[in-house]
Design a protein around this ligand. Structure first.
Ligand SMILES: *Cc1c(COP(=O)(O)O)cnc(C)c1O
Length: 385
């Protein structure tokens, strides 16, 4: 990364932790064989390493068994596999799915596709804090509802949804529940047993592992979820995801989870302190600057700020020394107001005047101080012209 740019975009992607790189390197050169080639020793070694990585991922997520973990290319694929898969096997029972409006595009787009093919999809709203209301969620459930899809933490605001309570509602109605936890794993305690979800998505590059690896947790009991695959071929990953597995990626994901879970409580406090330090310095210095999203239910490292009277894109353009985002990375090419903020009732002009700042493992207090000073400086300058 260029040294002169302060990176505050950890929600878009994280650098690999050097310990993760160290763990995966032997699987790029030495133990490189195809894990399916179990007729020879190198293949068996690769297979053993893959299954060890799977067990580690299962253990740190609180899954009952390693067979519940399917490695994918990332969270987008895991979300597609979950949603298209459940629709493939549950269509007989009913054709209704409930989700909410601030989900990631990799959840919303497959659901739009399902709607086009005859499914009924209810997208419930959020309150001004960015959270779904459980009574509204409960009211949206019907006898033909087969699935709820609810994210754990939002990528733009960091707002945390009441997933465990939603899982309770799903169970009462005999529906399954899928959770996109791409922003939550490694940042919060994510315990599948406590959340009680049937399916859960995670992504490597959001937790200091490389891009191109992720996983879907798929509960095999009460009830066992059996899905049809997205890709057909050699039958890898219990037939759910054909294609030679990304062994270095799987090893990296396992190591990344181990590191993140190792000092989670301390790191959560440190990130919350950095985030609060940033907000105190920016919101304290500027008039008409507001924090978007629930203060009580928010990821420790995410801050979404609105600055009345300016354009977020103009602010971005005047801050080339900061790597930050307006809205989600996926929509930042368009200068539209963030649908996430609009759904929370933020006025369009204010929604277009927002920045997402996300701190992470390698962020220092000095970087936060310098970034805050630059934001204050540029907002003040833009407001004066
Ligand atoms: C980043 C992200 C995704 C997509 O993850 P990839 O691994 O890049 O496909 C999905 N959901 C959320 C909430 C995310 O933040």
């Amino acid at each position: 990364m260029s040294d002169d740019v302060i990176y505050l975009d950890y929600n878009a992607s994280t650098p690999c932790d050097p310990r993760v790189v160290e763990a995966m390197l032997p699987y790029l050169t030495g133990t490189f064989a195809n894990p399916s080639s179990r007729h020879h020793r190198p293949g068996r070694d690769a297979f053993t390493a893959l299954e060890e990585a799977r067990s580690t991922v299962a253990r740190f997520l609180g899954a009952k068994s390693a067979t519940e973990i399917v490695f994918t290319s990332g969270a987008t694929e895991a979300n597609n596999l979950a949603l298209m898969g459940v629709s493939g096997v549950r269509g007989e029972r009913g054709r209704h799915i409930v989700t909410q409006v601030t989900e990631h595009p990799s959840v919303l787009e497959p659901l739009i596709h399902l709607r086009d093919s005859g499914w009924d999809v209810t997208e419930i709203g959020v309150d001004s804090d960015g959270r779904v209301r459980l009574d509204e969620l409960s009211g949206a459930l019907r006898d033909d509802t087969v699935l709820i899809s609810l994210m754990l933490a939002n990528n733009e605001t960091g707002v945390i949804q009441p997933v465990a309570q939603a899982a309770e509602l799903a169970r009462e109605r005999g529906a399954l529940i899928h959770c996109d936890a791409a922003q939550a794993v490694g940042k919060l305690t994510v315990d599948i047993a406590a959340l009680n979800v049937n399916l859960l998505t995670l992504s490597g590059h959001k937790l200091y592992a490389p891009k191109g690896i992720g996983a879907l947790f798929l509960r095999r009991s009460r009830p066992p979820v059996r899905l049809p695959p997205l890709f057909r071929g050699g039958g890898h990953e219990h037939g759910l995801r054909s294609g030679t597995p990304n062994l270095p990626g799987a090893v990296a994901l396992a190591r990344a989870l181990e590191i993140a879970c190792g000092d989670l409580a301390t790191e959560m406090d440190r990130l919350a302190d950095l985030r609060d330090r940033l907000e105190v310095k920016v919101v304290g210095e500027l008039d008409d600057c507001s924090v978007n999203g629930s203060m009580a239910h928010r990821l420790p490292g995410t801050s979404n700020l609105s600055f009345a009277g300016i354009e977020g894109n103009a602010l971005l353009a005047s801050l080339p020394d900061l790597a930050v985002s307006t809205g989600s990375a996926c929509t930042s090419a368009h200068s539209q107001a963030s649908p996430v903020l609009l759904a929370m009732g933020v006025q369009p002009a204010l929604a277009r005047a927002s920045l997402r700042l996300s701190v992470g493992r390698f962020t220092t207090a000095d970087e936060v101080d310098r970034a805050a000073a630059r934001i204050v400086e540029e907002v003040t300058r833009l407001r004066s012209i």
